[in-house]
Design a protein around this ligand. Structure first.
Ligand SMILES: [Ca+2]
Length: 323
């Protein structure tokens, strides 16, 4: 009797496993409300939405990743070597050489430096080599409906993703990307893809997977639309006569004039007009604390990824690519 019971229990567990992998999103009232809205506001087919949702998986590794992004857990000394490796620099120089005409045209039209465009693509996906393996629909369902701290944002991205799929003809169930739903060579999230991607090779499609031209044009357009200043600096190393009273978290947006920083004993070798705005960037480097002044273009890079470390990595890689 006990043996039989054990067999039945084992069988029940085996049968339940596939069910447990499914999240049963279809049964949930908040998911049904979302479907109602997609049908009413955007004229989606309810049966099709229900089909997708019924097959959606809850991805626990996505929930783990979102809770500890590298930018929030690493110091500059730990973060920098990930992106400033010899191989990434070498491949970046080859990328710039191969696509020099497209990069030159993008810079001419938008003012965004060629090396910054290449560095972004290098940091995001190793120049298109690592575009992400997570099913975007599953990750956005998971984050939209099982991650309360940012459910509003990710439900909105899910809405954009479905609209994008309709606009540029993507298969919702096949598209893969990062754990947070970033896609293609430049890792655009759905709302950015819809708002900033451009058709730079003129074939009538905005393809951020297979058209390097569209990718280069779209990254440049993203920066232009976020206020990139042609020829403007990103950051300058600063010397600090007396250490600031407290090391505060870096504010990404320039908030203090260079003149006021000078009065506080924070100076750069390069001379700027007193009224140029900057932000103090304090980093834990491998040789101790580093101080930098971030200018407007530093802030623009953080519109791509809201992190001072990210902007510094893109900047330093871009400098290497110019050598
Ligand atoms: Ca195109």
């Amino acid at each position: 009797m006990n043996a039989m019971k054990k067999i039945f229990t084992t069988l029940a567990v085996l049968l339940l496993l596939p069910v447990m992998a499914q999240a049963n999103y279809s049964q949930r009232a908040d998911v049904q409300e979302f479907i109602d809205r997609m049908v009413e506001e955007h004229d989606f087919d309810r049966a099709l939405l229900n089909q997708w949702v019924a097959k959606a998986n809850r991805l626990d590794d996505v929930l783990e990743s979102i809770a500890r992004p590298a930018e929030k857990t690493l110091t500059w000394a730990q973060y920098r070597p990930i992106f400033l490796k010899e191989k990434r620099i070498e491949l970046g120089k080859a990328f710039m050489q191969e696509h020099r005409e497209l990069l030159a045209r993008a810079e001419k039209e938008t003012g965004v430096s060629q090396s910054i465009i290449a560095a972004i693509i290098g940091v995001e996906t190793y120049y298109g080599r690592h575009k992400g393996k997570t099913a975007v629909f599953d990750s956005l369902m998971t984050l939209g409906f099982d991650y309360p701290p940012r459910s509003r944002f990710f439900r909105s991205e899910l809405e954009h993703f479905l609209l994008l799929a309709r606009e540029v003809d993507l298969d919702v169930s096949l598209i893969r990307g990062s754990y947070a739903g970033a896609m293609g060579m430049p890792q655009f999230i759905s709302s950015s893809y819809r708002a900033y991607a451009v058709d730079f090779d003129g074939d009538g499609k905005r393809d951020l997977w297979d058209s390097t031209a569209d990718v280069i044009g779209s990254v440049a357009n993203y920066f232009k639309k976020h206020g990139w200043q042609r020829g403007g600096d990103v950051v300058q190393r600063a010397r600090v006569k007396q250490a600031p009273e407290e090391v505060t978290r870096t504010k990404l947006k320039p908030h203090t004039s260079i003149g006021d920083f000078r009065k506080q004993g924070i100076i750069t070798d390069k001379a700027y007009a007193d009224d140029v705005m900057a932000t103090l960037v304090t980093l834990e480097g491998d040789k101790g604390i580093e101080h930098w002044l971030g200018l407007e273009n530093f802030y623009v890079i953080t519109r791509y990824n809201h992190s001072a470390l990210y902007a510094m990595a893109v900047y330093e890689l871009s400098r290497e690519l110019e050598k």
